[in-house]
Design a protein around this ligand. Structure first.
Ligand code: FAD
Length: 449
């Protein structure tokens, strides 16, 4: 009698370069392919609205691809440890495969599950798939992890070249009677009342086939001008691969090897390096979304929150054109250009003096690429409390940033032509107040950087 292999997919919604899937295929037994919507395990962060939208469509695309090759996708909802064990039992699977995750709560789930399954006599194997380098393999000479990007990336580049990606399978042997599956529609991942996702639908096509097309187009059309134009939000010069990498529709190995020979690749690949750095930092500091990495910042004297100012920022009604353009792009499309993310984040933290965690939560809810490492890591970078962070006293001036990176106002007129023109705060005065608050932290305990 066949003893099926179960592949548990998580942030790796792809068929190509998927080591867990390949190992299961190589075992030669019929496959059960499982995805669990886990909103119940302790510490697992519930997905934001835009991420749920992406997940729905990416799962639908994956289901189509699996069916074409001869397998199906089993969808189940609940605490992952219980659900995976139940599905293993229901399907009489004897071997279980997954690709590793690096968030603290996720690792706890996976470790406990691995132990439980092995105790029940199952074979369980996990693989490196979503990072080019495992977080425990990149170390300083002193054996600690890096807290500064440049030496971190130099160390990564001195390691053996990331392995080559492998192609998608041509056919799959699914089990003849797949375990019971939820209906994707019943998960209510899509907004209905109201349906605010029109802009997302216009901007994106989730799923592995569209991700591969996007990678090809970027490499063909844009990578040559990436270094020169990547900071201009209206130039369309960046890859737009972040949600693809977030959901694992593409592996970083695929992106690395596709790009590495191109002219101008080094700058682009170092951005993949920032993604690695964010995840390595998170691996070592799993509470990055809630706790300052530099604990001195715990003394920062945040004034009482003014909800109207937070709302004006969220809606793109601050009267600061570049900030409003970015926040409106985000609301409409689930995405914002990196330079503008830095400017809008700096404005929230350093001109409105609102705790970076409130901004991080809003981005978490509204970004299609909302990522458990990159989002809090970058917020802390802007706030000054993070790894290799911009020092607190470096306050972006959004007007100068607009002159420099949107000199013809193309981005602002695309997104904020009807935004208010009266600023809700005075940039110079709020900058001074921020620096004074920073002095308090400095006096209470010296802050390096
Ligand atoms: P490209 O310029 O084409 O870069 C290629 C890839 O490198 C990206 O797809 C992404 O995977 C990675 N990358 C680039 N810059 C960074 C960075 N600074 N940190 C980590 N990875 C990077 N990125 C996310 O993927 N998810 C987030 O939740 C997220 N939140 C952010 C919050 C703030 C406040 C800031 C300032 C940045 C945030 N970023 C986040 C990083 C960056 O803005 C996006 O990765 C980038 O804008 C995505 O566009 P792209 O794919 O065209 O990037």
């Amino acid at each position: 009698m066949a003893s099926p292999s179960l592949v548990w997919l998580r942030d790796d919604l792809r068929l190509a370069d998927n080591p867990a899937l390949r190992a299961a295929i190589d075992r030669g037994e019929p496959l059960v392919v499982l995805f669990v919507l886990d909103e119940e395990s302790p510490g697992i962060r519930p997905l934001g609205g835009a991420a749920r939208w992406w997940l729905h469509h990416s799962l639908a695309s994956l289901d189509d691809a699996l069916r074409e090759l001869g397998a199906t996708l089993t969808l189940r909802r609940g605490p992952a440890e219980r659900i995976v064990r139940e599905t293993v039992a229901d399907s009489s699977a004897t071997a279980v495969f997954w690709n590793r995750r690096y968030g603290g709560a996720e690792r706890e789930v996976d470790t406990a599950l691995k132990a439980a399954l092995r105790a029940d006599g199952h074979e369980v194997t996990s693989f490196q798939a979503s990072l080019l380098h495992e977080p425990w393999t990149v170390k300083t000479g002193g054996g600690t992890h890096f807290s500064v990007f440049t030496p971190f990336w130099r160390a990564c580049l001195s390691l053996p070249t990331p392995r080559a990606p492998f192609p998608a399978p041509r056919s799959l042997a699914g089990v003849s009677q797949p375990p019971a599956s939820d209906d994707l529609v019943d998960w209510d991942l899509l907004p209905t009342r109201p349906d605010w996702a029109g802009g997302l639908r216009d901007a994106w096509e989730p799923g592995e086939p569209a991700a591969r097309t996007r990678l090809r187009t970027f490499l063909h059309d844009d990578i040559g001008s990436y270094d020169r134009a990547r900071d201009e939000p209206s130039a369309g010069a960046t890859s737009l691969l972040s949600p693809r990498l977030r959901w694992g529709e593409l592996s970083p190995f695929t992106v690395w090897h596709a790009a590495v020979e191109a002219d101008g690749a080094a700058g682009f690949l170092s951005e993949l390096g920032w993604r690695e750095f964010a995840w390595h930092t998170t691996f070592h500091a799993p509470d990055i979304a809630t706790k300052n990495l530099r604990r001195q910042y715990d003394a920062f004297p945040w004034p009482r929150l003014k909800p109207s100012e937070l709302e004006a920022w969220q809606r793109g009604d601050t009267g600061i054109p570049l900030v409003d353009a970015g926040m409106r792009e985000l609301w409409r499309t689930g995405f914002m250009h990196n330079r503008v993310r830095m400017v809008t984040a700096s404005f929230l933290v350093k001109n409105l003096l609102i705790d970076w965690r409130r901004g991080e939560e809003w981005f978490w809810d509204t970004l299609v690429d909302a990522d458990g490492a990159s989002n809090p890591f970058n917020w802390q970078w802007v706030a000054g409390s993070g790894a290799d962070a911009a020092p607190y006293f470096r306050v972006f001036n959004p007007e100068l940033q607009a002159k420099k990176f949107d000199p013809h106002g193309l981005y602002i007129s695309e997104w904020a032509s009807d935004a208010p023109t009266e600023p809700i705060v005075d940039l110079a005065a709020t900058r001074k107040a921020a620096l004074a608050a920073y002095e308090v932290v400095k006096r209470s305990s010296p802050v390096s950087g």
